[in-house]
Every structure is written in structure tokens, then in C-alpha cells.
Design a protein around this ligand. Structure first.
Ligand code: UDP
Ligand code: MG
Length: 328
């Protein structure tokens, strides 16, 4: 271990949220220690205890008191993976890069040098793309479909098959820290921030120990956050369905009139009823869609995201590179 590096401000932070991970904890620490010992940079590990009910927090406390490279944050209760990560990103002090991994070692921390090398090539986000998933079929299929659906309806380019495992530059994390939205879908927010982003393929391992801490309910909530926070599709779908219904009603009306005039074969009461039902359900759907559009605007405004993020500025013949995202 390189003692002289310990007290330096870290260049790189590794952020990992932990929820009831006492079984994988020793493995995690062993792998991280090995990794840090092999790196020339000053590295800190930011561990977030997301309100664990086992003794993960005790183990973290002991470790953080004994080894200064570990920077531990304890949340008051279980806030969920995305918020735990958010807490970690806010606490990370790495001046150059911040890497996000899962605490169960499904994302190999040993990829750090590769991701860092990419970052040094000038990228601001290097996100890891899963080549293969070693998980059960239901989960795999669910993820596969979800990412494709999201990609087709989202208004930001969210890469396929990449989770939160990524390395980001300091300025990207600064922007993320400025985004106060409450329902968080970090992998989407990361894409939204922009700058140069690139994928890095890797094979996702199995959990080293214990079981997945993500319940199906949490997974659904995550998927919902992805779909509703990053697309206008659900509301547009409503308006469009309404329009189609109105159109169908009108065509139906024309057909009925033509039939009546030229072929005289209409069952009267029933036809009129059907026409009115289709027409007015269409009108109602459209009206809901229109209200939805206003709600959507309020929703996006209320997220309080920065309106734009400046990458660089040249003023008075001098380049000023922005380290901070610009607010409004
Ligand atoms: N996690 C967390 N809070 C939660 C659920 C999960 O901090 O409420 C952590 C968990 O300890 C792990 C990471 O988030 O480090 C990913 O969770 P998990 O491995 O259970 O998800 P999966 O890989 O099965 O999608
Ligand atoms: Mg996992």
C-alpha cells in the first residue's frame, strides 16, 4: 500500500451502495484493496449503507475507522438503490473521476483502469455495457424488453443494456448533483447530461454472495421512473388513440350514410349509438391527452433540472472550460 497517497485528495472515487450485503462485504473489500494497491492514483471508496438490517453497517464502520481510503455514509433508513447512489455521488470527493459499481461484485471493480483510460481519451462518461447477463430468464427477458421499449420512446438517447455501472468525470457528477428530481433514474439522467459518452463492453458476473436486494416491486418502480421521466409517450399515446377513435367514428359515419343512401341496409338505433360511443370516447381521450400535455410541462418544469449545460466557452479570445453545469 502506498502510504503517501492515503491522505491526498482522492483523484478517483469508487461509489458502491450496500443494502444487507454482509455476506459479500468481505469479498468486496478484498477485491477493492487489491485493486487500490495496484493503482498509482489516489483512490477513495465511498460506501453507502442504505439502512441495512444485518450488520453491514457495523462492518463498514469498523473498516472506515481502520482504513482512511474508505469513506462511509450511513443512511437513516432504506431509501432504495437510486437514492443510495445519489447520496454516494454527493459524498464522493474524487477530483477527476467517479466510478459507480454494485456492492455485490456483479460489476468487476478491476475494470477501473480500462474505464479510466477511456476517460483520459477525452470522454466524460464511460458506461459499461453488459455483453451477457448471468441471471434468471424472467429477469433477463424483462431487462431486454424494457431497454428496447425505453430506447424507442425516450427523448434522450439512453444506451441499451447499460446499468449504473459507469465512470464519470467530475463535471458530470457535479451536474448530476445539481439535478434535484425526486424520482431518479440515474442511467437516464447520466445520458441527459451529455458531453462525450462511450460504451465499454463487459461480462456481468453473478452475485458473489447473498440474493438480489431488488424486489420485483422496486424493479418495476425503476422501470416506471425510466419510462415516465424520460418520455412523453404515455400521454402522446392517449392523445393519438383519441384521434384514431374520432377518425374511426367519422369514417364509420360516412360508411353508414353511404350504405343508407345507396343500399338502404341500416339497423338504425344501434348504428347511431355505436357512432356516438366511439366518437365521444375519442373526444374524451383527446381531452385527457391535452390536459396531460399541460401536466407534463408542469412535471418537467418541477424537476428543476438545469436548462442547459455548457461544455466550454471562448470569451475575449480565451477558452474557459466549465467545470460546473450552468443553472437556468
Ligand atoms: N441496493 C441498495 N438498496 C436497495 C436495494 C439494493 O443499496 O434498496 C444495492 C445492493 O446492495 C447492491 C446494488 O444496490 O449493491 C444492486 O442491487 P442488487 O444486486 O440487489 O440488484 P440486481 O443486481 O439484482 O439488479
Ligand atoms: Mg446485483
Amino acid at each position: 500500500m502506498n502510504i503517501s497517497l492515503i491522505l491526498q485528495t482522492p483523484q478517483i472515487s469508487i461509489v458502491a451502495p450496500l443494502y444487507n450485503e454482509s455476506e459479500s462485504f468481505p469479498h468486496l473489500v478484498e477485491r477493492l484493496n487489491q485493486l487500490m494497491d495496484s493503482l498509482p492514483q489516489a483512490v477513495e471508496v465511498v460506501l453507502i449503507d442504505d439502512g441495512s438490517r444485518d450488520n453491514t453497517d457495523l462492518m463498514m464502520r469498523q473498516l472506515a475507522l481502520a482504513d482512511q481510503r474508505y469513506h462511509c455514509v450511513f443512511l437513516s433508513r432504506n431509501h432504495g438503490h437510486q437514492l443510495a447512489l445519489t447520496a454516494g455521488l454527493a459524498a464522493a470527493r474524487g477530483t477527476e473521476a467517479i466510478m459507480v459499481i454494485d456492492g455485490d461484485l456483479q460489476d468487476p471493480p478491476e475494470l477501473l483502469p480500462d474505464l479510466y483510460a477511456k476517460l483520459q481519451e477525452g470522454y466524460d462518461v464511460v458506461y459499461a455495457v453488459r455483453r451477457k447477463r448471468k441471471e434468471n430468464v424472467v429477469k433477463k427477458t424483462g431487462y431486454f424488453l424494457f431497454y428496447r421499449l425505453l430506447k424507442s420512446i425516450s427523448y434522450v438517447e439512453i444506451p441499451l443494456d447499460s446499468g449504473d455501472f459507469a465512470m464519470m468525470s467530475r463535471r458530470v457528477v457535479d451536474v448530476l448533483n445539481q439535478m434535484p428530481e425526486e424520482s431518479r433514474f440515474l442511467r437516464g439522467m447520466r445520458s441527459w447530461v451529455g458531453f462525450k459518452q462511450v460504451g465499454f463492453e463487459y461480462e456481468r458476473s453473478e452475485r458473489v454472495a447473498g440474493e438480489s436486494k431488488y424486489s420485483f416491486k422496486q424493479l418495476f418502480r425503476l422501470a416506471y421512473n425510466g419510462i415516465f421521466n424520460f418520455s412523453e409517450f404515455p400521454i402522446q399515446f392517449m392523445t393519438r388513440t383519441g384521434m384514431v377513435a374520432v377518425l374511426v367514428a367519422l369514417i364509420y359515419f360516412v360508411v353508414v350514410v353511404v350504405k343508407k343512401l345507396f343500399f338502404a341496409e341500416v339497423i338504425e338505433g344501434f348504428t347511431a349509438l355505436l357512432f356516438v360511443v366511439i366518437l365521444f370516447s375519442g373526444v374524451q381521450l383527446m381531452a385527457l391527452g391535452i390536459i396531460g400535455e399541460y401536466v407534463l410541462r408542469i412535471f418537467f418544469q418541477s424537476k428543476g433540472r438545469p436548462l442547459f449545460i455548457v461544455k466550454e466557452e471562448i470569451v475575449d479570445g480565451k477558452a474557459v472550460s466549465s467545470r460546473q453545469g450552468s443553472k437556468q
